[in-house]
Design a protein around this ligand. Structure first.
Ligand code: ADP
Ligand code: MG
Length: 699
């Protein structure tokens, strides 16, 4: 069946090839369907006719109805304007036009009744309407009162008479041919249960509403659709993966127990134990695991990952752990190596800078199975990295990787896909996680290791700088190390680098006794230089680390006890939280000092106050989501995130939960959506989720 909505936009009445080209390049509208989903972003209420006497001059767009009393062209040449007086039962006001004066002068007829529409303006204590739209008043103009939608458009389109009104005309032309021809896309059960209007009605009312209730009904239904099909897709995908791909069964816990009994220097927290159990359960289930492990900075994700790697090794298989940067990979390697040595397990590290002569034997040992574990960066994704039998692939700081990379780790095993554990220290509010990682199971470490003292956080203005430096001096004298972080935002990169350098110089002056023990690190440095400086700090050769946010992720220096953040008002909340997580990793009391300008925006103040008040990453993430919207949390483009036009991920949390549970319910009852009543959903899905293969297959 040829689908009418797939018709190219140029065939629509009122479009043609030239406008079609513009619509493609300017708005990405290629087909009837694209136009249909180009929703208005607001509506102007033209159902009300104002009395002239009630107009205050501060209103948005309004309309009045009255008779033209008089008109004249005022001003010379270029300053010419047409001024007309319009009168209704309650008063008189001026209408003014500055453009097309001569032409309008011919059109406007004194003594005629018009409907004038525009935005009133207060000028010299007199109210007028500049450039109103004017329509001759007839009996039928009363009947055409409506809510007028307003569409996004562009200057180029406007020049081709595709302003908001022009687009609306196209929408009306489109509705003439498609209304009632668009098939329903939800089952009757869902529609009735939710009290929805039909799909077709919703798509009509959003463009051509008769009253505000229509708009509400249309938006409710269409928002639901946006999320529902996304959830359905992700849950289905998850279900398919589970049933189609067997996972290696890894029962044996002997090695893990040896580790617990003889090598683990502390007790796991309750949360860590729970998460290990969840993962172990997956690894024994016979199904392939795809699990996201969320845990705040310092919550101890690495050791959890290692325990899981031990499960793999204890069952005669291999495991890998991939980190986004060389430093992090190195840190994992040096952290895990002693355990491996003690237990007779073999671990190696592989990164972009591994020398060819070292790489060869590592690759060979991976392939032969002599190596139990491999730690590395993106270098692990290369095709030449092959395993004898990879049973578990851990990906640390998942948000730094794209989905594609996640799936590339999958193919590292020929017969059975490895279990995949992705970890992130960016706490994501639950509802957002459902949309971003809807195809993963989620585990959360919501408890910090015992004895960890919360980082004491304060906010200081510039006038306290001396005191702050005095405090740093005391900490340094006690043998601790200090971070001082400067913002680096791309647009003002040069400026910021200058700030950073000035900061570096001033710190040298302020701490003369440490002037050779100060590191500086920023994103513009060569990776090797950066690593060199980082390394010096890790080894305590330098005491002060002056840096931009490059130190944000994962770095672990337990001896560092103070984090000073300069211009902290310029950082996002999650970023502040991440930075603060760099300290408080040892037994000493740690501090975070938020330096800021006196002038703070409302949001800026909220961010700093939140930081001072709480260290709960999930609470902070919720607030961040409210302040900024979800954009920043998305990181690299994630799978399954379709463009959301009506839904706001930061405020529509309830809707997300609702659509997910309904989608889940449907799939539980009818896993392959084969039952007759579910057909509309399958049809819709298979027609419109392009490039994502059919519902029954795995994308
Ligand atoms: P993150 O979750 O941020 O990756 P890490 O795994 O780097 O955190 O752990 C931070 C520090 O806490 C490490 O030094 C680690 O050895 C330590 N740690 C982890 N779990 C525990 C625990 N249960 N008790 C005490 N220290 C722990
Ligand atoms: Mg970590």
């Amino acid at each position: 069946m040829v689908n009418i909505l797939a018709t190219s936009i140029e065939y629509l009445k009122g479009v043609g090839p030239k406008k079609a080209d513009l619509m493609k390049t300017e708005l990405g509208i290629f087909t009837y369907r694209d136009l249909l989903y180009h929703y208005p972003f607001r509506y102007i209420d033209r159902t009300k006719v104002y009395d002239i006497s009630e107009i205050k001059g501060t209103e948005q767009l309004i309309q009045i109805k009255g008779k033209i009393l008089k008109k004249e062209i005022l001003g010379a040449q270029r300053r010419q304007r047409l001024v007309a007086l319009i009168e209704d039962e309650t008063g008189i006001m001026e209408l003014v036009w500055f453009r097309s004066v001569q032409w309008l002068n011919k059109m406007v007829v004194v003594g005629q009744e018009y409907v004038a529409f525009g935005k009133p303006n207060l000028f010299n204590r007199k109210i007028n309407i500049p450039h109103p739209e004017l329509e001759l008043f007839t009996e039928s103009s009363l009947k055409t009162q409506f809510l007028q939608p307003v569409y996004h458009t562009t200057e180029k389109l406007t020049k081709q008479r595709l302003d908001s009104k022009g687009i609306w005309t196209l929408q009306k032309n489109l509705q003439e041919i498609i209304y009632r021809k668009i098939p329903e896309n939800l089952s009757k059960e869902v529609r009735e249960r939710m009290g929805f209007i039909t799909h077709s009605e919703a798509l009509r009312f959003i463009h051509i509403p008769d009253n505000p209730k229509d708009i509400e009904k249309a938006r409710t239904r269409l928002s639901f659709e946006e999320l529902f099909f996304q959830q359905l897709k992700m849950l289905r995908h998850r279900q398919l993966v589970k049933t189609a791909f067997a996972g290696k069964v890894l029962h044996n816990l002997d090695l893990v127990n040896t580790f617990y009994d003889d090598h683990l220097p502390f007790d796991l927290t309750g949360a860590q134990k729970r998460v290990v159990k969840e993962i172990y359960h997956d690894m024994c289930s016979g199904e392939q695991m795809n699990r996201l492990l969320q845990g705040d900075v310092g919550s101890g994700k690495t050791i959890v990952a290692f325990v899981c790697m031990l499960i793999a090794a204890g069952n005669g298989s291999q495991a890998s752990i991939m980190a986004p940067t060389e430093i992090l990979a190195e840190q994992h390697y040096t952290g895990l190596k002693p355990f491996c040595d003690a237990m007779g397990l073999r671990i190696a590290m592989l990164s972009g800078s591994t020398k060819e002569k070292d790489r060869k034997p590592i690759l060979a040992m991976l392939k032969s199975g002599e190596l139990d574990f491999i730690v590395g960066t993106h270098a692990l994704l290369e095709d030449r990295v092959q395993f004898k039998e990879l049973a578990l692939s851990v990906i640390d700081e998942q948000h730094r990787f794209g989905v594609e990379q996640r799936s590339r780790m999958w193919n590292k095993n020929q017969e059975v896909y490895p279990h995949v554990l992705v970890m992130t220290a960016t706490p994501i509010p639950r509802t957002l996680a459902m949309t971003l990682y809807g195809d993963l199971d989620v585990s959360v470490i919501d408890e910090l290791p015992a004895g960890r003292k919360p980082v004491l956080t304060v906010h200081r203005f510039e006038n306290k700088r001396l005191a702050v430096f005095g405090f740093l001096k005391k900490e340094l004298e006690a043998g601790r190390q200090v971070y001082i972080v400067y913002p680096l935002i791309e647009e003002s990169e040069k400026m910021d680098l200058k700030n950073l350098d000035e900061g570096f110089q001033s710190i040298k002056r302020a701490f003369p006794e440490y002037k050779n023990q100060i590191s500086i690190v920023h994103g513009k440095m060569k990776p090797a230089d950066k690593d060199f400086e980082m390394d010096r700090f890790v080894k305590r050769e330098t005491k002060i680390m002056v840096a931009t946010t490059v130190i944000e992720v994962g770095i672990n220096v337990p001896n560092a006890s103070v984090m000073v953040i300069e211009n902290s008002e310029r950082f996002g909340l999650s970023q502040l939280h991440q930075l603060r997580g760099r300290v408080g990793r040892g037994a000493d009391q740690s501090y975070c000092i938020l330096m800021s300008d006196y002038k703070l925006s409302k949001d800026g103040r909220t961010r700093l106050e939140t930081m001072v008040r709480t260290s709960d990453g999930f609470e902070i993430a919720e607030i961040d989501l409210k302040l900024r919207g979800p954009g920043d949390m998305l990181g690299k483009k994630q799978s399954g995130v379709v463009e959301l036009k009506l839904v706001n991920l930061s405020t529509d949390g309830e809707l997300i939960k609702q659509t997910r549970s309904i989608a889940q319910e449907i799939l539980t009852k009818d896993p392959n959506l084969e039952e007759e009543h579910n057909k509309p959903m399958v049809e819709y899905f298979n027609t419109w989720f392009k490039g994502e293969k059919n519902f029954g297959k795995i994308s």
